[in-house]
Design a protein around this ligand. Sequence first.
Ligand code: EPZ
Length: 442
Amino acid sequence: MDKLLIRGGRALHGEVPVSGAKNAALPELCAALLTAEPVVLHNVPRLKDIATMLALIRNMGAAVERIEDPDCSRPDARGVVRIVADPLHRTEAPYELVKTMRASVLALGPLLARFGEARVSLPGGCAIGSRPVDQHIKGLAAMGADIAVEHGYMIARLPEGRTRLKGACITTDMVTVTGTENLLMAATLAEGETILANAAREPEIVDLAEMLIRMGAKIEGHGTARIRIQGVERLGGCEHQVVADRIEAGTFLCAVAATGGEAFLRHGRVDHLDAVIGKLRDAGVEVHSHGDGIRVKSPGAARLQAQSFRTTEYPGFPTDMQAQFMALNVVAQGRSTVAETIFENRFMHVSELLRLGARIRTTDARQAEIEGLSNCDDNTEPVPGLSGATVMATDLRASASLVIAGLVAQGETVVDRIYHLDRGYDCMEAKLRGLGADVERI
Ligand code: EPZ
């Protein structure tokens, strides 16, 4: 099992490329199932989850070709994938693939919309929460699908005599990112108009909608809470470039800020990170848009002011940035509170950060109080900073939080189980080394 060995205490400096967004590429690979024509996706990140999704689509019988498959020796090289989802031998997402990646549920809407049937394993829970898919099922049922849950699988089909889903006005009980994506994709081929009245507004959803429009879909309102789709008979192929990953960019912003460095994040988009950048600026970090990327300059860890925040749906502070910003608060000055409102169990990085010397108290599963380790007022004895230790990654963003803390901690930090990191970060150690970090995979 791979580990990362980090020798901390070095500020990050230089330029780093931001890869294509995992949470845009995953639904966009499934969107290729909506057409028999070739789809070419550019800027596909090299991630375990992408490999899993490609295996899932190949398992259905689609032709899947990695036209460009660069390795991490050139972190700014970009992957290109070509998919022809015709013919498909099966419209199924089997448990052994779905259990490793919940985003497989995104095959449900496209398969049902194009083939009138789908058999998709229930994803099961994951570390950060139970993460049900009841809203996906509710929405597809509203569009006329019969969906039964049998032996751990969702069995979806159209009723006798119907060859297409029918448009509907759907208000999900809560804002759901992949729920919105599943229903959006299904609606593109449904008969008539569909309204998603409580839609998620993430940039990844806007990127997916733009790709679907290139394929011939009729969509408006994407990026707002109310998306309108006029169904069409069929969709064509397209070429599409995956939007830059705002969470990877935000992760590097926190790493540069916490280590006291200065960097340029090529391809990063300031307009996708308003909430995070607002908090970084309040903390004393200089962040601004510059050409095709983001410039960031830290005041030095000792002068960072810890910032309280609470995670909410986009455009609020993203839950996927909660663990990373907590690591910054740990090394900053002053007290802060962090509230996690989206998932019920997304503080697993806390116990590992404590091993590095962080001062955090979780008042309940959704609220943590952090005592920063830097204090500039000279009249008190210096507070010991973080000290390196062996820590264990538990989920994707928790791993990133531990890496950030390890980059600051004095001495050696070993992050174990970094297969979690590999699911969502493209060539992380190569990119960090490019910024001057002393990190290696062992
Ligand atoms: C997406 O997950 C992302 N994954 C997650 O990123 C991200 O944390 C999450 O959105 C929130 O932004 C992908 O896009 C592949 P939700 P998703 O449906 O769609 C509840 C990462 O680190 N809910 O928006 O699964 C759910 O339990 C990953 O890259 C239901 O109850 O999240 C949660 O409390 C982690 N029933 C809330 O809604 C449903 O049918 C939001 O979940 C659907 C969701």
